[in-house]
Design a protein around this ligand. Structure first.
Ligand SMILES: [Zn+2]
Length: 100
């Protein structure tokens, strides 16, 4: 797509923040992903609003990607710590709930 020069002081459209899913490795809009965050205190939790401080890891809202992410070391690498079982279970539950 060719870049059109700005006219009449119009701003280019806002960029959608993209993040990489740890399951399929695709870049997706942040909104379509679930975020797991490791706080500066080292606590790992789900960040449903996407605003918590700390290092984040993202995965698509589907069970397949979660499974793939869980099998790999990607979440641990992204967060610098292993994701606790209960967080993984919670993620799974959320995905099953939204997977209607
Ligand atoms: Zn994915």
């Amino acid at each position: 797509m060719p870049r059109t020069p700005e006219k009449n002081g119009q701003r280019p459209p806002k960029k959608i923040p993209m993040r990489q899913c740890l399951g399929c490795r695709e870049m997706k809009p942040k909104k379509e992903l679930l975020r797991v965050v490791r706080s500066p205190e080292g606590e790992i939790s789900l960040d449903l609003k996407g605003r918590a401080n700390g290092r984040g890891a993202y995965v698509c809202k589907n069970a397949e990607c979660l499974k793939r992410a869980a099998k790999s070391r990607a979440p641990a690498r992204a967060l610098g710590a292993a994701v606790p079982e209960d967080i993984m279970a919670e993620l799974k539950r959320l995905m099953e709930a939204s997977d209607e």
